[in-house]
Design a binder for this molecule. Structure first.
Ligand SMILES: NC(=O)c1ccc[n+]([C@@H]2O[C@H](COP(=O)([O-])OP(=O)(O)OC[C@H]3O[C@@H](n4cnc5c(N)ncnc54)[C@H](O)[C@@H]3O)[C@@H](O)[C@H]2O)c1
Length: 263
């Protein structure tokens, strides 16, 4: 039995993942943490029978009382590094789906994991379709180096661009020269309308209600266009990747970034 603490247990992803973990034979939710919804039974709040595991708002106290092996974190970009520091310094391995981590955050997480001999796994997207999209896009850019990324998420998402868009752009730009795709005479009538610039490629973030996650990698060359699209239509699509990470994280060392490393 892998003993799991779910952090962000009252949120969309926390509840969706907890509802699946509760059905597994080799995993057990020993604690549920969230700054909202304290006192709710994690079973009942996810449509399962009562478990007796109640949402609480103090991560460190929950760790010390329940001694979990792994913290699953789906909280928010402002909270996640503090959660990681608390978990790793208490010897609790981490599986992190929360997005918005910077390169320096990832470096700190790796250093902390090694210093505490406690592994951490981070993925900006746990859906297999997104992992394949990134892999195919990184291949396509070798032959069609002009590209832009358009990512769409629900309007509640705090960070932009999405973690998936940034990971995709980094993988793609590692396979092409840095160059500007703009005409030297181009200009914006409305500042920002050309999106964010990552090594000369543009990333556009759309935020509207009703979307889980959608990303198009659009390539152009004279006379031809190629679009590679990944779409998540419900939060369940993330669970197989999350379950894989929960089962494998204790065998890892330091920081491991990206679901492709586990496939
Ligand atoms: N990696 C992936 O595959 C993937 C997929 C979907 C969403 N996400 C990311 O997961 C995160 C959560 O997404 P969501 O849709 O569930 O958001 P949400 O807003 O529905 O849930 C976040 C929860 O975290 C809680 N929270 C905030 N601060 C906290 C703290 N300090 N301690 C404990 N709990 C805290 C909030 O109260 C909320 O219940 C976001 O960063 C999102 O981008 C990642």
């Amino acid at each position: 039995m892998i003993k799991i603490l779910v952090n962000g247990a009252s949120g969309r992803m926390g509840r969706a993942m907890a509802s699946k973990i509760l059905l597994e034979n080799d995993m057990e939710i020993v604690a549920a943490v969230d700054v909202k919804g304290a006192g709710a039974d994690i079973g009942i709040s996810t449509g399962n029978p009562a478990t007796g595991v109640l949402v609480e708002d103090n991560l460190e106290a929950a760790i010390k009382r329940t001694n979990p092996e792994v913290m699953l974190d789906f909280t928010n970009p402002q909270a996640v590094m503090k959660n990681i520091r608390t978990a790793l310094s208490n010897g609790v391995a981490c599986v992190v789906g929360t997005t918005g981590l910077s390169e320096s955050d990832l470096k700190e997480a790796d250093d902390l994991a090694r210093a505490n001999k406690t592994p951490i796994f981070v993925a900006s997207n746990f859906a297999i379709s997104a992992v394949l999209m990134m892999r195919f896009a990184a291949e396509a850019v070798k032959y069609m180096p002009n590209f832009e990324i358009v990512e769409t998420h629900d309007s509640h998402k705090l960070d932009a661009p999405s973690g998936t868009a940034m990971t995709t752009a980094k993988m793609m730009c590692a396979n092409r020269e840095v160059f500007s795709q703009e005409s030297p005479n181009s200009f914006e009538l409305l500042p920002g309308c050309r999106g964010g610039d990552y090594q000369g490629a543009r990333i556009h973030s759309i935020r509207v209600p009703g979307v889980i996650s959608l990303q198009d990698c659009i390539f152009g060359a004279p006379g031809q266009l190629l679009t590679i699209r990944a779409e998540s239509t419900n939060a369940e699509c993330f669970y197989p990747g999350v379950a894989m990470a929960l089962r494998k994280v204790l065998e890892l060392e330091g920081l491991t970034f990206g679901l492709d490393k586990l496939l």
